[in-house]
Design a protein around this ligand. Structure first.
Ligand code: FAD
Length: 478
């Protein structure tokens, strides 16, 4: 922790506020039983978050005759899917960086896939009497410090250059204040597509939908070993699954695989949830359903909830050594929770008197070009999705569609997307990657805090923050 950091008023810990609320909403129905004995299926999916569950639902929708099982180590939705900010956004806001890394046509294909995902999630949220707190509203990036102002123009000019000016609009300080007032908001950029959702209720509803579609769901059933072959064999503590097709949807845990690890680093993101204060939201003039973030690199992301709270996230959590997704620092780092809390009070000072209900953190797997990848290990029938880079609520829908296409060997509008077809740059090996990553993170956090406080950036922090750019890397550059 740096000298400027303090402890959060609530220490971070599992489960998330969302997950507890979702289980209460369900009436604490019992978990699906663990797998005992041998099971033979066409497809086994490992991991019961959004990725695994969308894949299960989409597979059954496209090929109802297939036998599909899903193994979840804990309870479905207890991972990142049940603990994220619930900000739903596709890729229109990523166009400038996507164009640089994959080119204009591919960037537009990715952005259009995000729109199809928004349509798909909306359709799911609005049917079957589900109450998932789905609220559509624009996604807005706001400058909250003079140094962030310069980023706004790039979004607008790139969209104009690509002929998709409709997707984005610059907002003045007054226009932002017309949506939500903060003493530090200076203007921003609005993407018309976006939504917020109750992420844990979404994950649990997907679990129910999968079960109703005939998927055999086993909770408290970790896969402990995978023998790739024809068929594949998966071992669990009390049983085994024999399956022709395997889908690995275990998120940051996939960073332990050497082939995947070449392309991802494991970082973490932390969230604080305020107590309810609908009257304070009224005072802020926050009447719409925008999903918001500032324009830092280690962003603050925030939204309100249906019961009058503000969720504030900070994507500035520690990097774990050698891709270890189980490091304690990924879920219990007081400094990162304190940064999220400080962000809440800096942006919305009136919430200081409201206080926090909960704080928590979780792993995010950041890919070498910040775009997820959905692929099949060469010469196997083992498919996987990884690299959501802290942005997965909308993209996991795309992952489900792409993985279903890979399992079914379908060359279609999903499997031909860059998520499945591009090659990714390699990251430097450890220990250089982690040590270098930690240095750069430290430098950027210090630069961004100095910029917010409008004080001189320490030279050493500026130098550390510049390293990725000097090395020609695509992640870590501001
Ligand atoms: C704090 C935080 C805030 C975020 N905020 C946002 C946001 O606002 N918007 C956004 O778009 N994205 C956000 N994200 C990212 C988003 O949550 C993830 O990208 C997305 O949920 C990934 O879904 P998943 O199904 O791949 O992973 P998970 O939800 O993590 O699911 C993986 C599942 O696999 C299980 N598992 C792991 N190993 C095994 C095994 N061996 N056997 C069986 N099961 C196993 C785990 O228990 C887990 O349930 C955030 C992430 C975090 C951590």
């Amino acid at each position: 922790m740096s000298s400027t950091e303090s402890l959060p008023s609530v220490m971070p810990g599992d489960p998330s506020w969302w997950f507890e609320e979702a289980l209460r909403h369900e009436g604490h129905r019992s978990a699906s039983p663990p797998l005992v004995g041998e099971l033979r299926v066409d497809v086994v999916i490992v991991g019961g978050g959004f990725t695994g569950l969308w894949t299960a639902v989409q597979l059954k929708a496209r090929a109802p005759h297939l036998s599909v099982a899903l193994l979840e180590a804990s309870l479905c939705g207890s991972g990142a899917s049940g603990k994220n900010g619930g900000k739903v956004s596709g890729y229109w806001s990523a166009l400038p960086s996507l164009v640089k890394s994959i080119g204009a046509d591919a960037a537009l294909a990715v952005a259009r896939a995000g729109t199809r995902a928004q349509d798909g999630i909306r359709a799911f949220a609005k049917t079957g009497g589900r109450d998932l707190w789905w609220r559509e509203g624009p996604s807005i990036k706001i400058s909250a410090a003079p140094a962030q102002d310069k980023k706004i123009a790039a979004y607008v000019s790139e969209a104009r250059r690509l002929g998709v000016s409709d997707s984005v609009q610059a907002l003045s300080a007054q226009e932002i204040a017309g949506r939500v007032r903060s003493p530090v908001f200076r203007g921003g950029v609005m993407f018309t597509e976006g939504a917020t959702v109750h992420p844990a209720r979404l994950a649990r509803a997907l679990r129910t939908a999968a079960i109703e579609a005939g998927v055999q769901v086993f909770e408290h059933t970790p896969m402990v070993q995978l023998e790739r072959g024809s068929p594949n064999r998966l071992t669990t503590p009390q049983g085994q699954v024999i399956a022709k097709e395997v889908v690995l949807a275990t998120n940051a845990q996939l960073a332990s695989d050497p082939q995947i690890r070449a392309h991802v680093s494991v970082f973490s993101s932390y969230v604080v949830m305020s107590n309810p204060a609908p009257e304070k939201l009224q005072e802020l003039g926050w009447l719409g359903d925008e999903g918001l973030s500032d324009l830092r690199m280690f962003i603050h992301y925030f939204r309100k909830t249906a019961d009058g709270r503000i969720l504030m996230g900070s994507g500035s959590g520690p990097i774990s050594y050698a891709g270890n997704a189980n490091a304690v620092s990924l879920t219990q780092d007081a400094g990162s929770a304190a940064r999220a809390e400080r962000g809440l009070y800096r942006l919305f000072p009136s919430f200081q008197s409201v206080g926090l209900a909960k704080a928590w953190g979780g792993a995010i797997e950041v890919s070498s070009d910040r775009l997820p990848f959905f692929k099949t290990f060469p010469n196997t029938r083992v498919h996987y999705a990884c690299g959501f880079s802290g942005h997965g609520v909308n993209p996991t829908y795309i992952a489900g569609q792409c993985l279903a296409s890979l399992v079914l060997n379908q060359k279609d509008e999903w499997s031909s997307l860059p998520f499945c077809t591009r090659s990714l740059p390699n990251l430097p090996p450890d220990p250089f990657r982690t040590v270098g990553g930690r240095l750069v993170r430290w430098g950027i956090i210090n630069c961004e805090e100095a910029e917010e406080q409008q004080r001189q950036i320490p030279l050493i922090a500026r130098a550390a923050a510049k390293l990725p750019e000097l090395l020609g890397m695509k992640i870590g550059t501001r």
